[in-house]
Design a binder for this molecule. Structure first.
Ligand code: PLP
Length: 442
């Protein structure tokens, strides 16, 4: 019964097929530290390689520990299948190269993590894949950017630093008119937002953040929503409709539903072609570490979000804060999207402009005592960073502004400590940011 539960708290502990280890009856998910798997006989081996039968072949492509993680994340996202990879960056890379080849393009939101901008603007360009950026404040910008070579749309659910919730349904509706799937990076809003329910075809995660949740493990994944018809327009999706000579001429859009009975061509292609050829699997030890985090992620998200709400209330009243950035504080259509797409919380990320610009912002960060000053989000601990000089420092001034990074912006990732302690630390650091420095006094 628990397996069919729709409740994230239950899915995180019981989701997927795992009940106990078939060999030992161990209840906790074991780490299967193996590279390879004994075949029953030569026919079995041949069938596995020909995808006539599904089973374990080699850990670069699949592993039973990873399998439990993948099934639970798929269930949490209301998806049909999931493929884990070595990092969130690998997940974004795989998401694009699973649908685009040299000469193709894709349309991406301008509101993106800086590392993703680098990947799209520079590295994918060198591979012959063109990114076209669209400002998501008007969903029609996505439609304006497409041509016959456009293979997918890409965006983040809750992009920082602007923290403007993405118009998921509006853009996925446009995409579906043209047989273009929407791929959503849902790293910053697991559990509180389900992009697949609003028309996205694929979700990617950096599992490093809220799902792992303890700042201990790097990992990523791609969730196939099973809700996109890859064969509806063969010219639009050649990688799913033309014979793949690396796999005996398989046409992935046709063959996967025939073999599996499920519309999971995206996930199967990512696993058997991209993990096979590009590598970058998630190590089973790391999958295990992420499972430990996943099991309590729904509870932690509640605490992250409720603490963030209290922090936002406090910051809005502090005299040394110029501006607070939080999804619910945006006005008009952008603010309405938070209500439309989020439930159970509005996220743990909070932005502030400290009065006094860059210098006051730096002073504020340096005065924090409990918050960690790190390039991460989604840790159980509270974190702070100055994006313009760190995570987003490789962007041009225009790219910085397009991403919403102003010089004095400080990003906070609110942890699960007691809210009084979080607020006390912010208060003493904000008070310090407004005081003249010793140098200035002397
Ligand atoms: N996507 C988002 C929204 C991120 O914030 C990050 C990392 O900060 C990534 C992807 C990349 O994830 P990873 O660090 O696991 O490679």
């Amino acid at each position: 019964m628990s397996k069919q539960s729709k409740n994230p708290e239950t899915i995180a502990l019981h989701g997927g097929d795992y009940r106990s280890d078939p060999a030992t009856t161990a209840v906790a998910v074991p780490i299967y530290r193996t590279t390879s798997y004994q075949f029953n006989n030569t026919g079995h081996a041949a069938n596995l390689f020909a995808l006539k039968e599904f089973g374990n072949i080699y850990t670069r492509i699949m592993n039973p520990t990873n399998d439990v993680l993948e099934k639970r994340v798929a269930a949490l996202e209301n998806g049909l299948a999931c493929v884990s990879v070595g990092s969130g960056q690998a997940a974004s890379t795989f998401a694009i190269v699973n649908v685009c080849q040299a000469g193709d393009n894709f349309v991406s939101s301008t509101d993106l993590y800086g590392g993703t901008v680098n990947l799209f603007t520079h590295t994918l360009k060198k591979l012959g894949i063109e990114v076209r950026y669209a400002d998501p404040s008007d969903p029609k910008n996505f439609e304006k950017a497409i041509d016959e070579k456009t293979r997918c749309f890409y965006a983040e659910t809750l992009p920082n630093p602007a923290l403007r919730v993405f118009p998921i349904k509006e853009v996925s509706d446009i995409g579906r008119k043209h047989n273009i799937p929407l791929i959503m990076d849902n790293t910053a809003a697991p559990i509180i937002c389900k992009p697949l329910d609003h028309g996205a075809a694929v979700v990617v995660h950096s599992l490093t953040k809220f799902i792992g949740g303890h700042g201990t493990v790097i990992g990523g994944c791609l969730v196939d929503g099973g809700n996109f018809d890859w064969t509806a327009d063969p010219k639009r999706q050649p990688l799913f409709n033309e014979p793949d000579m690396s796999y005996g001429g398989a046409k992935w859009g046709e063959v996967v539903p025939q073999l599996t009975g499920a519309n999971v061509s995206f996930a199967v292609r990512a696993r058997v072609c991209l993990l096979r050829d590009l590598g970058a699997p998630l190590a089973p030890d790391n999958a295990w570490g992420i499972i430990q985090g996943l099991e309590t992620a729904p509870l932690r998200m509640q605490q992250h979000c409720s603490n963030a709400t209290k922090v936002v209330d406090f910051l809005q009243k502090h005299k040394n804060v110029e501006r607070v950035i939080y999804p619910t504080l945006h006005k008009g259509a952008i603010g309405d999207r938070t209500k439309k797409y989020f439930s159970g919380g509005n996220g743990a990320l909070v932005g502030i402009e400290v009065k006094g610009g860059v210098e006051a912002g730096k002073k504020f960060i340096e005065a924090l005592k409990m918050f960690y000053h790190v390039a991460n989000i989604g840790d159980a601990r509270s974190l702070a960073i100055h994006p313009a000089t760190t995570t987003h420092s490789q962007l041009t001034p225009e790219e910085l502004l397009a991403a919403g990074v102003t010089p004095g912006y400080v990003r906070l990732s609110i942890g699960i400590e007691h809210p009084d302690d979080i607020i006390a630390d912010l208060k003493q650091a904000l008070d310090a940011s407004g005081k003249p420095s010793l140098k200035a006094v002397s």
